[in-house]
Each structure stands twice: as structure tokens, then as C-alpha cells.
Design a protein around this ligand. Structure first.
Ligand code: SAM
Length: 593
């Protein structure tokens, strides 16, 4: 039965008293069994209030499945082909020579899970190691199978060991090697070439209620029960590999591979540096989000939180690189990442800007100073700015200005003496710290209302859908609410920027209804001219209907009956085996009503 179709009006208060959930009990029991020590059966720790809230939203069984799925990587890699450069078939042909065992059917899980064909809805050939997506319009998406969870044989004697940080372990589960900065502790006498078992130290709760790792980097493991994290590591072994350095070396050098993983709980192919510019590794729901936006050639599109540019480049390719995509992010270096990816994929319709999405709509006086050629108030920053004129032209202001007052640069814009001095200093001393990390980033002051055909708001979120995840305790009810507030303010900006008749797509990579369905409720209740639009393709599940009351009396409203099938909720525990993701598509009606 699909929970999303049920009307749920629940109070979180009643569950607040529950001391321990059945899932926690079951997991605690399995971890205290010594025969499970060298296994991978992680327990995802949640903040207790968040745990109760999700239990209420999903029900105990469903939330248990979600929690378990989050600790595992998807069993396949999803590759988006740059159709301006290649085709799905051509890429499959090239990958066959790059992916080991490409002709051998994908191995099954040792855990007895049904992994025969979790992608049967989108790939009939999913039993092959490399297959093309069969969703209409998505034949440029290629799946490459991995395997797991696999039982690893760590030998008869207690093995030499390396403990890695959680972030490092999550990367290893996705196919990376163990790099030295991720190594936390190592057995005494480990030499280069030794086989070592790799486990992970996950945050645990301290006496003050905070979460942390009670271990100093460089700890020597004696192989005894007095070692730090000895019992906590039960069920947290992610594989074994060859030490590339001695114990001393691992803590002396600052970079490089510490352990070359030979035998992994999850085997996923790494596509690092493979077919650069021709393919992009991207989650299936992210590809679907770009399709939901349905960008058309020649349109003007805003991607509000765009870095590193995965969806921006997907949108540009759907538009055949014809039109204009404004891709903004608040981080300078992340904007450089978008530029790099766009260049690598050979896309020219993407313009990037550093901009705080909360200030995406330019202020009235900024529009006036720009549009009035007699007005001398527009400032020129040391980096470029962009101001929109009402006729939707983007103008970029040259940073190279002169003090010649008779010749007004940028059609009348005034250049302050301070800016000129700054530019001269810059010419003498070089571009400055921000600029020397790799390139130039233009700064924007925002855009005119109603100036975009479509807006994608792929909002920063709690990311509680990302996989694999070995710890979730950092998010509290308050931090989840803060994410939601931030997202609403960004959405308010998006609504102003889209023209009547335009489209807004809102997406997150979290399972938190407060950042998903509750945002939709907020949007529909506040802006009567917005309506939910059907999405194509639609392979995600329905949204959650109902509401949730919190102990402080706050009622979080989700969807109303009839709205659930207009959003896409990707459930990490569903057969599609994706990250947790949410997509809502809004049609903007006449703003006069
Ligand atoms: C979910 S990620 C976007 C992923 C991207 N859409 C993609 O598909 O590659 C969210 C992004 O929002 C950016 N961000 C966070 N707060 C922001 C703000 N106030 N203004 C603009 N960008 C922001 C972060 O730097 C991050 O790159």
C-alpha cells in the first residue's frame, strides 16, 4: 500500500514518549552478536525527535526500510550522455572496453535481497551489466551495474585494521579508494603491502548530547577490546585492501591513496575521468527534474542554485544549447565548477553568476539606474555585474573602466574613484585571492521580475535522501525547519522572476516532508495563481497527504487529496533504488488575479 495516497493527520506528540523503536531494538540486537562483527549492517542514527517525526510520516516499517536503504549505495551507476557529442549506443560501446566484466551478467547480492531487476520499470535489459534506459525520451541514459552487499572473508585470524572517517567510508562505498586524510586509526606494525580490513568510525553521542568521534587521528589499534570504537565497529566493515603505506606513512603524508581497496562490500565502477565531456554521472531523479522543467529551445531559463551544474548542463542539452540559461550560485568556487563543466561539455548557452538566491530579484533602484541612461548611479564593481533591462537583455559591465568622464563607460554608468583605485591596484597586484583560484566569476545584482520563461530551484536542503549515508543525527527538528524557511524565501524569489504562463520546478534531495510537501502547500496557499502541473516522465511515487502536529503546537501541512500524483517523490527504499528526491512543477498563471 502506498503511504502517499493515505490521508494522514497525526500528532507527533504521542510518539514522543516512546523509549526505543522496534527497528532500533532489532538493530541493536544484531550488532551485539559477535558473529556479525566483520559484516556491513549499519544502523542509521537519527536525532530522536526527527526519528519520531519520520515514524509518524512514513510508519515504522516503511521508515525502517528507508533508513536501511540510505545506508547503502544504489546498486547501479546512472550515466547521462551528452547527446550533443555522442549517443547512448556509442557510449555503451566505449564503456564495454572500460568496464571490467562488461559481458558478465551483474553479480547478485550475497544478502539474498531481490536485486534481479530493480530497474525493470525503466530498463528491460537491466540484467545486462550495461543497459540503456527505456523510459521514453531517456534513451541517452545508461545504467552500469554494480553489486552488493557482498560478504567479505577477512581471514581466520583477527585482521590488521584501518579505521576511516565516515565521509571517507561513504566515498569508498560509492567506489572511491581510501585516501590518507580519511584514515583515522591503524593497527600497530602495518607495513606497505599488508592486507587490512577497513571499518568506519561513526559519530556517537557524548555526555553533553552532542555527536562526535571520540578518537584522535593516528590512534594505534592493538586488536583488543580496549581499542577505541572496538564494539561500535561491529557491523561497520566496508571491505579490505592493500596498505599503500606503512602505518607511520599514513599519518605522515597529507595526500595519496592509503589503502587500495581490493574487496568491497559494494562494487561500483568508478567513472572518474572517464569519457570527460561525453558523459556525466548523475542520479536518475536529477535527470528527471531537468525533464520536468521541459525547457524549450530559445527560452530564457534561470537555474537558481546551480552548482556544480549537473542539472544546468542537462537543461542546456535538452535545449540543444539554444537559448539562454542563467546559472547562479552563491559560492564563487562553485560557480567556477559550473563554468568548468559547461566548457567540458561544450555548452555555450550557459551564463554563470555569483548571486545569493535570496536576492535574485534586483532592487527597484537597480533597474532604474540601469534603464535610465541619464542616471549616473549604477556602480561598477571590480568583478562584472549583470543588470536586466525590462526588455530582458542581459548587459555585462566591463570591469576595464577609464576615468574619462566625457566617455561614460557602459552607456552612462558612473565609476567611483574608489572603484578606479581598486582596479588600478588590481592591475598592479594581480587579480586577488578570490580570482586566482581558477578563473573569473561575474557577480549579479539580480534580475527583473517576470523576466524568465522557466526557473529551476534545486534548493539547498537537509540532503537526507543522499546515499550512502552512515549518520543522520546532525539534523534536529529546528534545523529541518530552518531549511524549510530558507527554501520558502528562495521560492518567493523564483515566483517573482517567472513570467505569467511560465514554469517553476522545485526539487530537493531530502526525504523530509517539511522541505517537500510543506513547501508545495506554502506555495499553493500563498500564491493563488500557482497550480501544480503534471510532470513527464513520471516514475517517482506520490507525495504525502495530510499534516503533522509538533509538540510546540506548530502544524505542518502537506498535500491535499488529489495533489499527491502531481508531484514525484523518489523513495530510496523503492525498487528504483535511487536517492531520496522530490520534484514539484508549478504553472504560473496571471499574476493580476
Ligand atoms: C542541491 S545543490 C545544487 C545542485 C545543482 N542544482 C546540480 O544539479 O548540480 C544546492 C546549491 O545551492 C547553493 N546555495 C546554497 N545557498 C544558496 C544561496 N543562498 N544562494 C545561491 N545558492 C545557494 C549551494 O552552494 C549548492 O551549490
Amino acid at each position: 500500500m502506498k503511504k502517499g495516497r493515505e490521508l494522514f493527520v497525526g500528532s507527533y506528540r504521542s510518539l514522543h514518549q516512546t523509549p526505543i523503536s522496534p527497528i532500533q531494538f532489532q538493530q541493536t540486537m544484531s550488532h551485539s552478536d559477535p558473529s556479525n562483527r566483520y559484516s556491513y549492517t549499519p544502523i542509521l542514527n537519527w536525532n530522536p525527535q526527527v526519528h519520531h517525526y519520520f515514524l509518524k510520516a512514513y510508519g515504522a516499517d516503511h521508515f525502517s526500510r528507508i533508513s536501511t536503504a540510505l545506508t547503502r549505495p544504489s546498486r547501479y551507476s546512472c550515466i547521462r550522455v551528452n547527446t550533443l557529442r555522442s549517443t547512448g549506443d556509442a557510449v555503451i560501446h566505449k564503456l564495454r572496453s572500460l568496464v571490467p566484466n562488461a559481458d558478465v551478467p551483474p553479480p547478485q547480492s550475497d544478502s539474498g535481497d531481490d536485486v534481479a531487476n530493480p530497474l525493470k520499470e525503466c530498463s528491460a535489459a537491466a540484467a545486462a551489466p550495461i543497459s540503456k534506459c527505456e523510459i521514453p525520451g531517456l534513451d541517452y541514459v545508461v545504467f552500469v551495474w554494480g553489486s552488493g552487499p557482498r560478504r567479505i572473508h577477512y581471514g581466520d585470524a583477527p585482521p590488521k585494521e584501518v579505521i576511516v572517517s565516515r565521509k571517507c567510508a561513504e566515498a569508498v562505498l560509492r567506489g572511491a579508494q581510501v585516501y590518507v586524510p580519511g584514515v583515522m586509526a591503524c593497527s600497530a606494525h602495518v607495513e606497505k603491502g599488508d592486507t587490512v580490513a577497513v571499518s568506519v568510525a561513526v559519530e556517537k553521542q557524548g555526555a553533553d548530547g552532542g555527536w562526535g568521534i571520540a578518537m584522535t587521528r593516528g590512534t594505534v589499534l592493538q586488536g583488543s577490546e580496549t581499542d577505541p570504537y572496538y564494539f561500535e565497529r561491529n557491523g561497520l566493515y566496508i571491505g579490505q585492501g592493500t596498505a599503500m603505506l606503512s602505518r607511520a606513512g599514513m599519518f605522515r603524508v597529507s595526500e595519496g591513496v592509503g589503502v587500495d581497496m581490493k574487496d568491497r562490500v559494494y562494487e561500483l565502477h568508478s567513472f572518474h575521468n572517464v569519457l570527460e565531456g561525453e558523459i556525466f554521472l548523475q542520479n536518475l531523479p536529477s535527470i528527471i527534474a531537468a525533464h520536468a522543467l521541459d525547457p524549450q529551445k530559445g527560452e530564457r531559463i534561470l537555474d537558481m542554485c546551480a552548482a556544480p551544474g549537473g542539472k544546468t548542463t542537462a537543461i542546456a542539452i535538452l535545449m540543444k544549447d539554444e537559448g539562454e540559461i542563467i546559472a547562479t550560485d552563491r559560492s564563487h568556487n562553485k560557480v567556477l565548477d559550473i563554468q568548468k563543466l559547461a566548457a567540458e561539455m561544450g555548452l555555450s548557452c550557459i551564463k554563470t553568476f555569483k548571486l545569493d538566491a535570496l536576492k535574485s530579484v534586483c532592487r527597484r533602484d537597480d533597474i532604474d539606474t540601469f534603464t535610465d541612461p541619464c542616471c549616473n548611479n549604477a556602480k561598477i564593481d571590480v568583478t562584472n555585474q549583470v543588470l536586466d533591462s525590462p526588455n530582458l537583455q542581459v548587459e555585462r559591465v566591463s570591469p576595464l573602466v577609464t576615468e574619462d568622464k566625457g566617455k561614460k563607460p557602459n552607456g552612462g554608468a558612473y565609476v567611483s574613484k574608489a572603484d578606479i583605485r581598486k582596479n588600478m591596484r588590481r592591475a598592479r597586484n594581480g587579480p586577488g585571492r578570490n580570482q586566482c583560484v581558477g578563473g573569473r566569476v561575474d557577480r549579479s545584482k539580480g534580475f527583473s521580475p517576470d523576466s524568465f520563461d522557466r526557473v529551476l530551484l534545486d534548493a539547498p536542503c537537509s540532503a537526507l535522501g543522499l546515499r550512502p549515508r552512515l549518520f543522520a543525527g546532525e539534523e534536529t527538528i529546528q534545523s529541518l525547519r530552518n531549511h524549510a524557511k530558507y527554501q520558502r524565501r528562495m521560492f518567493d524569489q523564483a515566483v517573482q522572476l517567472v513570467r505569467p504562463g511560465g514554469i517553476i520546478v522545485y526539487s530537493t534531495c531530502t526525504i523530509n516532508p517539511g522541505e517537500n510537501e510543506a513547501l508545495v502547500r506554502y506555495a499553493l496557499d500563498k500564491y493563488k495563481y500557482l497550480s501544480l502541473a503534471p510532470q513527464h516522465p513520471r516514475i517517482g511515487g506520490p507525495g504525502l497527504v495530510g499534516s503533522c502536529e509538533f509538540p510546540d503546537g506548530y502544524i505542518e501541512e502537506w498535500l491535499r487529496p488529489g495533489e499527491e500524483d502531481l508531484v514525484q517523490r523518489f523513495d530510496p527504499s523503492s525498487p528504483l533504488d535511487t536517492i531520496g528526491f522530490f520534484i514539484a512543477k508549478f504553472l504560473v498563471g496571471s499574476k493580476d488575479t
